[in-house]
Write a protein that binds this ligand. Structure first.
Ligand code: SF4
Length: 249
């Protein structure tokens, strides 16, 4: 858990547990797995490897943010955004269902926080969400890194009732274009891969998807060019940052 975070589109991160299994090309250079191998040595990745629930004190952090929500709103003019599970996937089928139940309860008891839940397993959401549906303060995002994943998964995302639905195209590994129906989405995040062995993103892929978002009235957020060095490419398009947010009023 971190009070603040380096991820440009969130204010805080909260990891209810750690550990995951790679499920697609977007996972090839999984940052979380690399952290465990090189720095933290805490959790082994993969199928059949036990996920590790984080500490009780870590689970208190969102309650603390909730308690101080008025201070945050005064300072920022909006609600705190919490990215849930940067080191795991909430809809991982190897996570004990009871943990997910505790997470839904935590989200419900923090109604002044916006929880950003990003998954690479959007097909599991309907069966793993609470029976009454996702809490209203959950923004549901699905990662789709290329056309094949978009074609396979976008309808699954659109089928879920969520206050905000967003698409994360990060790392963008190929073009996604041609007659997209983005209506029903609120937000699209695009970014290139970073770190050793980063696969390249191409300008025309970004421009094409951005044009489609503009035409459909969907907020577009360009996170980064990526590349092998941490600062490679930056996060500007033609000298300006493009950071639109979904309208949640
Ligand atoms: S879903 Fe996310 S955390 Fe899990 S292996 Fe893929 S990139 Fe890593």
């Amino acid at each position: 858990m971190a009070e603040t975070t380096g991820i440009a589109w969130t204010d805080s991160t909260f990891n209810p547990w750690i550990g995951c299994t790679k499920v697609g090309p977007g996972c090839d250079n999984c940052y979380a797995e690399a952290l465990m191998e090189k720095r933290w040595h805490r959790v082994q990745w993969g199928s059949g490897r036990a996920r590790q629930k984080t500490s009780a004190s870590n689970w208190q952090a969102p309650l603390h943010w909730e308690k101080h929500h008025e201070d945050f709103a005064l300072a920022h003019g909006r609600r705190r955004r919490v990215f849930c599970a940067s080191l795991a996937d909430v809809f991982d089928n190897e996570v004990p269902p009871q943990w997910r139940g505790e997470l839904w309860a935590l989200m419900k008891s923090t109604p002044h926080l916006d929880w950003l839940v990003l998954t690479k397993r959007v097909g599991n959401v309907q069966s793993m969400a609470p029976a009454e549906g996702l809490p209203p303060n959950v923004w549901l995002g699905a990662t789709m890194v290329n056309q094949a994943e978009y074609d396979r998964d976008v309808r699954k995302l659109l089928a879920v009732d969520a206050s905000v639905r967003f698409l994360s195209v990060e790392p963008m590994l190929g073009p996604i274009h041609g007659g997209l129906d983005l209506h029903g989405l609120d937000w699209v995040i695009v970014g290139g891969e970073s770190g050793r062995g980063a696969r390249p993103i191409h300008r025309e892929w970004i421009d094409s998807l951005r044009r489609e978002c503009d035409a459909a009235g969907v907020a577009f957020f360009f996170k980064q060019w990526g590349g092998e060095s941490a600062t490679a490419g930056g996060c500007s398009l033609d000298g300006a940052e493009v950071k639109q947010w979904p309208c949640t009023a």
